[in-house]
Write a protein that binds this ligand. Structure first.
Ligand code: ACM
Length: 533
């Protein structure tokens, strides 16, 4: 009798233990049921075709890495399976949508496209237990019975990474892309060029990496700093490495938007090819300090050589990156350098440009025409509004929301990334021990941010594609610090771009964050121990 009672307790504790469900971003609809699906090494992943193989591999890799278990793929099974399939949903055309049904004997995940299946895998991952550390000895665990219908609010859900101020190797870029995938983000904005280093191999201009990807030292401490470390610093991605990363992201249904910043922020390119500059006879050097806006002549001169250079660079960039969007920067162009340059003034006269704002606009229009001719669309920082927007340009609003609002009112698509609260290089603690850029943007501010400004009417609101968190790396020199700055804010961002606005609820989010923090621990990532209250 005692044995039976003991068995009863073991069985009930195994099967009726109700696991907390903490999914971030919050799904559109979630119904809980009774009991669990027991996942063990005998469970198979059921695939009817190869189209969802990358989703199956992502799930399996996750299980292997964090739970020490690997499932077999099969094309038929009676029970104890996790089925991944794709069916277009006529009543919901959102390709990223999915239905997930967990019952006692099987799991059925149906994406409205293969992309939707992949997003659904991220939810399934979040139904795995987080209360234990990697379960290498425990070969089975439970997934609670649930029915979920889900799809994103915005089509652009992005994270940015600046690899110019500090360089991050291929393996870490892949890890960063995995973080995006786990948060259902679908765009990685890769800031590849800037004053402090050119990071992408361009075959036609080899000096960009030979000279432009290295600097002879780096400022110590917070700008203006306490000196220079005098240590040569640099790095770049070969075209083969870029292809590998683009494929890695595509397998996760993440599009990489490359940024080649112009006509400002170009000290590294100028160091390699001074003939691009407004003072081609001067000595340009890859920048070693931050905060150089206006103090250093980093702008390209509008000449035939420059325009040919840009077209050649973008041609190689577009061969590497299939993204519809190509980011061409456009920010912080200090016009004084064009004012002081006779060639530039002559160019303006010839082209009937009345001031330097019009020259900036001419520049962006001209490059847009070229990019459009290749079937792509430009994105630029909100300065591209100055002097008139290029006809098809998408605006990334960073100096607050003003630029984004103005662009949406002109029927231009917009990605919102206002410095406050979406610059994740700002501090998230009122007093941070580590060095950060100015600004205080805690997780609460991120969670309370809405990408659709109240100033927009319904028609204009449709031009808001979504939002993005930016990580400028002046004060982020290593991988642990990257994680410290993006976590936990990225979890809040994922919810404001994915979940329905009506479902926004700080108290509920806070509760779900307790599960998410355990997940961070499982991933062994570094996160800011910011008070979430
Ligand atoms: C920017 O932060 N300069 C876009």
């Amino acid at each position: 009798m005692k044995k039976i009672i003991l068995l009863f307790f073991i069985l009930t504790s195994l099967f009726s233990f109700s696991q907390e469900i903490n999914i971030i971003p919050k799904p559109v609809e979630l119904k809980t049921g009774k009991g669990n699906f027991i996942l063990s090494s005998k469970t198979v992943i059921l695939l009817q075709d190869d189209a969802n193989k990358s989703s199956a591999h992502f799930f399996n890799d996750y299980l292997k890495k964090y739970y020490g278990i690997e499932l077999k793929l099969a094309n038929s099974a009676k029970d104890n399976f996790i089925s991944l399939k794709t069916r277009p949903n006529n009543s919901n055309p959102n390709p990223e949508g999915y239905n997930l049904k967990v019952n006692n004997t099987s799991v059925d995940l149906t994406g409205f496209s293969n992309e939707g299946t992949f997003r659904g895998v991220q939810t399934l991952i979040q139904l795995l237990p987080v209360d234990r550390q990697p379960v290498t000895t425990q070969q089975q665990f439970s997934i609670p019975v649930v029915t979920i219908t889900d799809y994103p609010r915005f089509p652009y859900r992005g994270m940015h990474l600046d690899v110019s101020r500090h360089f991050f190797p291929v393996d870490y870029i892949k890890k960063y892309i995995d973080f995006l995938a786990l948060h259902k983000m679908n765009y990685f904005h890769w800031h590849l060029t800037d004053d402090q280093g050119w990071r992408i191999e361009i075959k036609k201009y080899p000096k960009l990496i030979e000279i432009g990807s290295w600097r002879d030292g780096t400022i110590i401490g917070k700008y203006p700093g306490t000196g220079n470390d005098g240590i040569r610093y640099g790095g770049y991605y070969t075209q083969d490495q870029i292809k590998e990363i683009v494929k890695y992201a595509a397998d996760r249904f993440i599009t990489i938007v490359p940024e080649i910043d112009m006509p400002g922020h170009n000290m590294a390119a100028l160091a390699a090819y001074p003939q691009l500059g407004t003072r081609p006879d001067s000595i340009y050097k890859v920048a070693q300090t931050w905060g150089i806006f206006g103090k250093m002549n980093n702008v390209l001169a509008p000449t035939d050589f420059t325009f040919q250079f840009i077209q050649d660079v973008l041609t190689e960039v577009m061969q590497l990156f299939p993204s519809k969007y190509i980011h061409i920067g456009g920010d912080e162009v200090f016009k004084k350098w064009w004012k002081d340059c006779s060639t530039c003034q002559q160019f303006m006269k010839t082209n009937k440009l009345k001031d330097e704002n019009e020259l900036q606009s001419y520049f962006i229009h001209r490059i847009e025409k070229f990019v459009n001719s290749k079937g792509r669309t430009i994105i630029g920082w909100d300065e591209i509004l100055e002097g008139g927007l290029a006809p098809n340009a998408v605006v990334m609003s960073w100096r607050g929301e003003k630029g984004g609002i103005a662009a949406a009112r002109q029927n231009h698509y917009v990605v919102m990334t206002p410095g406050s609260p979406l610059y994740f290089n700002h501090s998230q603690l009122q007093k941070d021990d580590s060095l950060t850029a100015g600004g205080y943007d805690p997780i609460q501010s991120v969670y309370n941010y809405d990408p659709v400004s109240k100033e927009l009417n319904g028609k204009q609101a449709k031009y808001i594609l979504g939002a993005q968190g930016n990580l400028w790396t002046e004060y982020i020199s290593n991988e642990r610090k990257v994680e410290y700055m993006i976590f936990p804010r990225m979890s809040a961002l994922s919810e404001i771009v994915w979940s329905k606005k009506e479902d926004r609820n700080w108290k509920d989010f806070k509760k779900r964050m307790t599960g998410q923090i355990k997940r961070y621990d499982l991933w062994k990532v570094n996160y800011c121990k910011t008070p979430i209250r």
